[in-house]
Ligand binder design. Structure first.
Ligand SMILES: [Zn+2]
Ligand SMILES: [Zn+2]
Length: 335
């Protein structure tokens, strides 16, 4: 595919999309029905359908029986960890293999023309971003993801919170499914904003930000505090009326969905004419500039409300620079 039909490349070879990033069109007034329909398709397909499919598959084949989960034990916890690790290895690994190792589409649609493997750096374990990110994902983040999973499955199994059945609450649960990605965004924005406060940034979140040019393995490369808070989004389903399948869906939007922000390509070419939108640009800009786009995919315009939105355009860039200047002036005045 010709990526220059969709964007432009600068002298360094970095590609950027020409269309500005937008929030969900139901925030526009008056709403445009055609745009709304197109957005809704992209909201559901393919990523959220995929997360729901994996949640259903877990419920059908992976999650142990209710009786087994009434007792906490290493057996079923380690089984869940093994499946989560295998799932991440297969899915993140496939993107890494085809687009970062075999480089099947070169740097077409790639925001940063360089690949992380080209840049050894002291900030990473063994000076390798790939190895550092990989080890942190499998030995820190996925265990904590599994801990969250064990906690809510155990709570539902013990009946500490009732699980709503689809037969009795079809409309409520269908609506809740559609709201799950919005819950993710609000939760992520709040914890993300929190760990960008100076002390927590240095202590916790800088680990994730070492990857200025993220790749799939960067997605779950986190400090333990961040990894727990991030996956704890699923625990909201112990607070709101819900059931374990929706809690799993919420968890998969976080765990498997973290990939999206860190794919590094705007589109993944599947054939010569078809490509998958990665939804990665907003979070890519966050890795590039740190203090913009704390939220997710634009379902809820939190970054606009809090003044930290960068839509990828020159105007967005100018707004960000003006904000940085103001902050610098404030800091200088304080000093
Ligand atoms: Zn990130
Ligand atoms: Zn951040």
């Amino acid at each position: 595919m010709d990526d220059l039909q969709f964007g432009a490349r600068n002298k360094r070879g970095d590609w950027a999309p020409s269309a500005p990033l937008e929030f969900a069109p139901f925030w526009d007034w008056p709403p445009d029905p055609g745009k709304l329909a197109r957005w809704l398709v992209g909201y559901v397909w393919p990523w959220n359908v995929f997360h729901m499919a994996t949640a259903l598959a877990y419920w059908a084949w992976i999650v142990p029986s209710t009786e087994a989960m009434q007792t906490l034990s290493w057996g079923w916890a380690l089984w869940l960890y093994a499946v989560n690790a295998a799932g991440i290895f297969a899915i993140y690994g496939a993107v890494e293999l085809f687009y970062y190792i075999r480089k099947k589409q070169g740097t077409r649609f790639k925001y940063n023309a360089r690949f992380p493997a080209e840049r050894p750096s002291d900030v990473f374990w063994f000076k390798s971003q790939n190895l550092d990110n990989f080890l942190r994902s499998f030995f820190i983040s996925i265990p904590l993801w599994t801990l969250v999973e064990v906690l809510f499955l155990h709570a539902f199994a013990r009946g500490w919170v009732p699980g709503l059945s689809l037969a009795e609450h079809p409309f409520y649960l269908a609506a809740l499914i559609l709201v799950v990605p919005a819950i993710h965004e609000v939760h992520f924005f709040c914890i993300h904003r929190l760990i960008h406060t100076p002390l927590l940034y240095r202590w916790v979140h800088s680990v994730h930000h070492n990857s200025v040019n993220p790749s799939p393995w960067s997605s779950l490369s986190m400090h333990p505090v961040e990894a727990f808070l991030y996956h704890a989004v699923a625990l909201w389903h112990l607070v709101i009326p819900s059931n374990p399948i929706l809690a799993l869906f919420q968890l998969h939007v976080a765990g498997y969905g973290a990939l999206n922000g860190h794919i590094g390509f705007d589109k993944l070419e599947l054939t010569d004419e078809t490509a998958l939108d990665s939804h990665a640009y907003a979070h890519y800009l966050h890795h590039k500039y740190f203090e913009v786009n704390y939220g997710g995919d634009g379902v809820i315009p939190l970054d606009r409300w809090f003044g930290s939105w960068h839509d990828g355009t020159p105007a967005g860039e100018a707004r960000m620079q003006a904000r940085f200047q103001k902050k610098k002036a404030r800091l200088n005045a304080g000093a």
